[in-house]
Design a protein around this ligand. Sequence first.
Ligand code: FA5
Ligand code: MG
Length: 461
Amino acid sequence: MSHTKVSNQILKSIQNTVNNNKINILNNVYNKTDLSNVTNNIIKHVGRNLHLQKNHPINNIREIIEKSIDSTSSKPFIKYNDLTPVVSIKQNFDDLGFPKNHPGRSKSDTYYINDTYLLRTHTSAHEVECFQKMQTLQNNGYLISADVYRRDEIDKSHYPVFYQMEGSKTWARDNSKKFFNKIQTEIDNMKKQLSTFQNLSIEDVDYTHEPESVNCKQSHMTDEETSILISHMKRTLELVVANLFMQRYKNYASTSSKSNKKDEEVIPEIKMRWIEAYFPWTQPSFEIEVFFNGEWLEICGCGLVRELAYKNAGFPKETQMGWAFGIGLDRMAMLLYDIPDIRLLWSTDERFLKQFRDKEGIFKFKPFSTHAVMSRDVSFWLNTPVHLNDFMELVREELGDMVESCSLVDEFVNPKTGRKSQCFRINYQHLDRNLTNEDVNELHKGVEKKLIEQFGAEIRN
Ligand code: FA5
Ligand code: MG
């Protein structure tokens, strides 16, 4: 029963709670307000720190990326891996220039603690404070790895808590030839490293923009600065992707070497492409997509840091320039290890943990027998509309990890009464044990009860 011991230990050490008027997270107490919407089910994840758990896939991905990025520079990047997830609304949104009406700010998307604090929705919440620290630390690059929280749908690839790594590098602007040469030398070094990956295929975007157009360069920066920084950022991140996929394919090659195949035959093409994007605190902005299992997947957002962020960190006007990125670690872990369900990353089941113990690198995860999925529908009338994410949250709070996925299957409005009817399908599945029909019926009744209590729903039979 060693795995129960592990999970009890983990859970005992985390004593975050929400009650009627107070929220206790990591031994800090917050007074609730009308904005508060964090739940016990969510805050029990605070402090798990999968990104620091030795040999956990998320930790392994973090280490590979950190190593790849440190290889681009003579000075290692500063690593911030234990920043608290409780940040202010100012840090998460205002300091980064999020418009007041940005959907990310809404209560249906974000877990608020009270009128001042929330659970960070991205690691960018620490950008400005890290820029501030940079001024005294005399190091122009840093990496942040941490858990982030978002109210979201429920399925095999979405979980309300996931991990991101943020990275950034900044230079004090200087128009000397020597300054540009120094940056160019780093780029050339990265290009040399990239040329050793024979199976890498990168599709770039042609970045040419009229001034004032969407995603154009920032007006205080020169063309030369903009293009050298884009190049530095892109090569840094291309190297990250190449190193991650190579780690995976290396093991493919070694397992098939018995059949005497050459590496070229067994290492598939690593295909990635650049697309343009939008983030309030970077300009221009880009995203990386990788082609995997027949589809393009977005894995990383990035861009050149806007003057606004440096200004909010207290730097003198227009003296700094640099780039920043944010990459999803869970998504990379699922992709590279072939982990089929995002809930597995949180498992304390021996059958999961033992596959990673004392093992380095990236390899193929062997799925263990999964328990049956059982579906139940719930249909109900509503007098006032309910946001989809609010329904999802109710299901999460009631069922925790016993829900595999949940989706809206039907909705219509009664033209006479104006009342809305919705039908959701909930797929029940426990990762560690079998749920009986009776278990599921009981759980489903619990969901119906909460729907009545919280939304005034009228259950239809
Ligand atoms: C951001 O969160 C930005 N903070 C990234 C950034 C940083 C841009 C610095 C510019 C400068 P986005 O919401 O797209 O962007 O998330 C970034 C990555 O996190 C995604 O590419 C994806 O890999 C991962 N991610 C996002 N949502 C989820 C989710 N629900 N589940 C798992 N991974 C996710
Ligand atoms: Mg995105």
